[in-house]
Design a protein around this ligand. Structure first.
Ligand code: ZN
Ligand code: ZN
Length: 373
């Protein structure tokens, strides 16, 4: 395991940071690593989120912060129930609610992070990730996509009971709860632990005549899932299809499916957020005399006026020719960077004209006198 990072470093705050500073830093990072908006891998984001929350928990608590300042992690770990930080130890759920709203469009972060920690009840099924590649044009327009994915669903044959005769019987070992308590004695102490029932492996069912088509009522089948990809999506954005993940092993809610967007490289345009960038070669006469160019845009074409005396490297803007902002507010722009093309081959007429041009250009005469051929 990697060495545990310093809490101040985790939140990028000064060792003398005030509570207000710490709160601000946490707020900003929490937004960055929220599972619905982050560009990180979900697992990484989850770990990061936990790491910043642990740092926040410690630095906002006067006593814990003092212990940490004096003894480092060793001084604080014993303050947590399990000898190390766990979501159970987090006392600032209210702040998370303030940041993300109770439900307010941001999925249910409480289920994601606190589901397992707050209660010993049923667990949510595993979430799945699917990487979807789309073109830049598709990203600009948004699209409805139908995916066919192998998902774990209830078996039709036995109606999800797992039993050939569709008879659902409760596991006698755990009484259908799927979990059993175990009492262990170590020295003078007794330890109570709760674990999956060894007989039914957590399902709570006792299946006497197993269905031949499935595994305890679950089977893998290709399923059609349709998703709306919003206009302006960018690489790394994740779309959540609630409930399309793996089923819960013990009667809890299913996991989610996260569709991770990958936008393909375009042959002409580079993308920078909602803006598009393109390089355009122009000739010396066009730059010197000015020209009207026809530029490709993502959808069509647009006219660009290059004024007389344009220098190489000049950047022009076509307003509103970029991609829509993913939040639905307006569009980006298209930027055109002008490059000067110098001809490699010239006809003798062109050479003569250029020599004459050089001769009449003030101050440059000596350069063009040489190398006549
Ligand atoms: Zn079945
Ligand atoms: Zn059981």
């Amino acid at each position: 395991m990697a060495e545990k990072r310093d809490y101040y470093e985790v939140l990028s705050v000064d060792r003398k940071a005030s509570e207000v500073d710490i709160k601000k830093a946490y707020r900003q990072l929490a937004r960055q690593y929220h599972p619905d908006v982050t560009k990180e891998d979900p697992k990484v984001a989850e770990e990061r989120f936990k790491e910043i929350s642990e740092a926040y928990e410690v630095l906002m608590d006067k006593e814990k912060r003092e212990l940490f300042d004096k003894y480092g992690h060793a001084g604080v770990n014993s303050q947590f129930q399990g000898g190390g930080f766990n979501w159970n130890d987090f006392t600032h759920q209210g702040d998370i609610r303030d940041i993300f709203g109770d439900q307010g469009g941001y999925g249910n972060i409480f289920d994601m992070f606190f589901g397992g920690g707050r209660s010993r009840g049923p667990h949510q099924g595993q979430s799945l990730r699917y990487d979807l590649e789309i073109t830049l044009e598709e990203a600009a327009d948004g699209l409805k996509k139908e995916l066919t994915l192998p998902l774990t669903v209830k078996c039709d044959v036995c109606a999800g009971t797992g039993s050939k005769s569709k008879k659902e019987e409760v596991c006698t070992h755990c009484g259908g709860k799927g979990q059993v308590q175990r009492v262990e004695r170590r020295g003078h102490s007794q330890f109570v632990s709760i674990g999956a029932c060894p007989k039914c492996h957590g399902s709570g069912k006792d299946i006497k005549d197993p269905c031949p088509e499935c595994d305890e009522g679950w089977t893998r089948k290709r399923q059609k899932i349709s998703i709306d990809i919003p206009k302006g999506v960018d690489t790394g954005m994740r779309l959540r299809v609630a409930g399309a993940g793996e089923p819960s092993p013990d009667g809890g809610p299913p996991g989610d499916l996260f569709v991770v967007i990958q936008v393909k490289r375009h042959r002409l345009f580079e993308r920078d957020g909602a803006d598009l960038l393109i390089e355009q070669e122009i000739s010396f006469p066009e730059a010197a005399l000015g020209a009207e160019l026809e530029m490709p845009t993502l959808k069509a074409k647009a006219k660009l006026n290059v004024p007389a005396g344009t220098q190489p490297g000049t950047v022009f803007k076509l307003k509103g020719e970029g991609l829509p902002h993913v939040d639905g507010h307006g569009k980006g722009d298209q930027y055109i960077k002008v490059k000067m093309s110098v001809p490699k081959k010239l006809t003798s007429e062109q050479k003569d004209l250029l020599r004459r041009f050089g001769e009449i250009e003030p101050g440059k005469k000596s350069l063009f006198g040489r190398g006549k051929s």
